[in-house]
Design a protein around this ligand. Structure first.
Ligand SMILES: [Zn+2]
Length: 235
């Protein structure tokens, strides 16, 4: 088989796979609802995970600050205990007061962060439980759905096997280009010449280019880069 025939067949395989995969992803309503719920849960879990990381970082830094403030408070308490002279005692009490206020100003936001972390952790546990349950229901319904679409599943398997067979025979550099074109050109990598124009982008092809194409010297459309063939020359 020529490279060109292989590429044309590869395009047909892809077209058929596309149709089958579209059918196989056209879920009935209950399955579609579970599918979107699972996607939504995955997104929320990711957001919750990120919020937890940032809250825990905040918690760690506040806890460090609180420990330092506690140390300062302890020092002040000791100072109050040891002071006998009246004026010094008043000063020491005032200092202790300041340091207790300072500690409180850290303890409050720390408490808030801890409350937030607990709420996030609870939400995470609930979402994971729901995710597991929804996934179980989804798998169950999907198995039923796939068994009802047994023919398509079988055809998909056959097409994928054929795709792999063709892939080993095609020049690797051309295969890379083919796959890139599939992505960039809405699934149409190989197109035929149609009345002297590219069947993909409709650009009029130059006469010398058409001559080269007939000799299989120039495979790519000069405008859209798709792989071109002239149906007239196919066996
Ligand atoms: Zn073109």
């Amino acid at each position: 088989m020529s490279q060109l025939s292989l590429l044309i067949e590869l395009q047909t395989v892809h077209d058929n796979l596309h149709v089958i995969q579209r059918d196989l992803s056209a879920f009935p309503p209950d399955l579609a609802a579970l599918d979107s719920e699972l996607k939504m849960l995955a997104k929320k879990l990711e957001e919750t995970g990120r919020a937890l990381v940032s809250s825990r970082t905040q918690q760690a830094s506040l806890a460090t600050n609180l420990a330092a403030a506690q140390k300062q408070e302890d020092l002040s308490k000791a100072a109050v205990k040891e002071t006998k002279q009246k004026t010094q005692f008043t000063l020491a009490i005032r200092e202790l007061d300041d340091r207790q206020r300072q500690k409180a100003s850290i303890a409050r936001p720390l408490k808030d962060v801890e409350t937030r972390i607990e709420a996030l952790e609870r939400a995470e546990v609930e979402m994971r439980a729901r995710q597991a349950e929804a996934q179980r229901q989804f798998d169950e319904l999907r198995a039923v759905f796939l068994s009802e679409h047994e023919n398509q599943v079988e055809a998909e398997r056959r097409l994928q096997a054929r795709r792999a067979e063709i892939a080993v025979e095609v020049d690797p550099a051309v295969l890379v280009k083919f796959d890139r074109l599939l992505q960039q050109r809405q699934g149409r990598a190989v197109v035929s010449v149609d009345k002297g124009s590219c069947g993909g982008c409709r650009t009029r092809l130059r006469t010398p280019f058409l001559a080269q194409l007939r000799e299989e010297k120039n495979l790519y459309c000069e405008s859209c880069q798709r792989i071109l063939y002239d149906p007239a020359q196919l066996p």
